[in-house]
Design a protein around this ligand. Structure first.
Ligand SMILES: Cc1ncc(C[n+]2csc(CCOP(=O)(O)OP(=O)(O)O)c2C)c(N)n1
Length: 335
């Protein structure tokens, strides 16, 4: 916000890693590593055509989902975007159900009918992800309203991309959530691009936090994707929301999408962005830096566990049946 002609900073202080227990560090690394390896396997399998839906990978962006979800309770909820594998897994969504969903199998989390862009796991309070940009923000807000009325201190985190902040419903949601002081964390995964269009060609100014603050919502920016800073900003925001001291809070986390917009490959050759950007972000890879915070033995144990989990999930998906043709019209709603 502009005060006396000076721009306020939105930065979040980096937490001291020595304040985190070994259990915290292990859990955070495990979550980052699980998402990275699951998506690397999606990229590997995709060309075989066993995966029956388009895939939007969040390799490089894992720290947002992990940092936020690690500070949430099990009975808090999240909503996500079509780039939602990380959100789903970080909140504890079922890994086997995710792979089976990508394979279009009846054991998938949406019975094989939703695919990668429509993951849901109500047991883990993953409210759902959607292909339609911005639409899961007001759905999350409806949950936040219900949670506020219920009075059990639950909060909702809505994840969305920088492109989604160009949708009218985003501003309507900011307004409604602020007006009613809803326990809702708005989480913008700002990766600077909407498909192939950079922000510089879409936004008159990049002052997103300032825009959000005009709705009376506190805003924080984490410009380097640091998983621990995202986690501590979330923990502080969520504590204030649970206690009733704060209404909604906004977090803008800068991250980088290493892969192409949709699909398993890379797209640096098509000219809308350069590999120099990738190299800059790759040098701050959060999976690596969280891994380095563990000793080698602990890290290797996590890596082994993750490999087993991912291999089991792929086997489960491959061995599961497709839905029966008679199920085609079941769970289909129209309004
Ligand atoms: C309502 C709507 N408008 C347009 C599209 C087409 N579309 C698909 S992805 C996308 C870009 C969204 O970018 P962003 O929200 O930043 O997410 P990212 O892909 O970077 O994760 C657009 C415009 C859509 N799916 N839904």
């Amino acid at each position: 916000m502009v005060a006396g002609g000076r721009r306020r900073g939105y930065g979040v202080a980096k937490p001291n890693l020595s304040d985190l227990s070994k259990a915290d560090l292990t859990r955070i690394y495990r979550s980052l590593r699980l998402i990275r390896r699951a998506e690397e396997e999606v990229a590997r399998i995709y060309p075989t055509d066993k995966i029956k839906s388009p895939v939007h990978l969040s390799i490089g962006q894992e720290s947002v989902a992990v940092g936020v979800c690690d500070a949430l309770r099990a009975d808090d909820a999240v909503s996500g975007t079509y780039r939602g594998h990380a959100t789903y897994l970080a909140k504890g969504g079922n890994l086997k159900g995710m792979f089976a969903e990508l394979y279009g199998k009846a054991t998938g989390c949406a019975r094989g009918k939703g695919g990668s862009m429509h993951l849901v796991d109500m047991a883990a309070n993953v409210l759902g992800t959607s292909a339609v940009v911005g639409t899961t923000v007001p759905i999350a807000m409806g949950y936040a309203l219900a949670y506020k009325r219920r009075g059990k201190g639950q909060v909702v985190a809505a994840f969305f991309g920088d492109g989604a902040t160009e949708e009218g419903v985003f501003y309507e949601s900011l307004n409604f959530a602020s007006l009613h002081r809803l326990p809702m964390l708005f989480v913008c995964e700002n990766n600077f691009y909407a498909i192939h269009t950079p922000q510089s060609k879409r936004w008159a100014t990049d002052r997103l936090c300032e825009r959000v603050e005009t709705f009376g919502i506190p805003a924080h920016k984490i410009a380097d994707g640091d998983v621990f800073a995202i986690r501590s900003a979330t923990a502080e925001a969520v504590a204030a929301m649970r206690s009733g001291a704060s209404g909604p809070v906004f977090i803008e986390a800068h991250v980088y999408r290493w892969k192409e917009h949709v699909g398993p490959g890379e797209d640096y050759h098509i000219g809308y962005r350069g590999k120099d950007e990738l190299e800059r972000w790759r040098s701050t890879d959060q999976v690596e830096s969280a891994g380095r915070a563990l000793d080698a033995t602990a890290r290797a144990a996590v890596d082994r566990e993750v490999e087993t989990l991912v291999a089991e999930a792929i086997r489960f998906a491959e061995e599961s049946p497709f839905p029966e043709p008679r199920e085609l019209m079941e769970q289909v709603y129209a309004s």
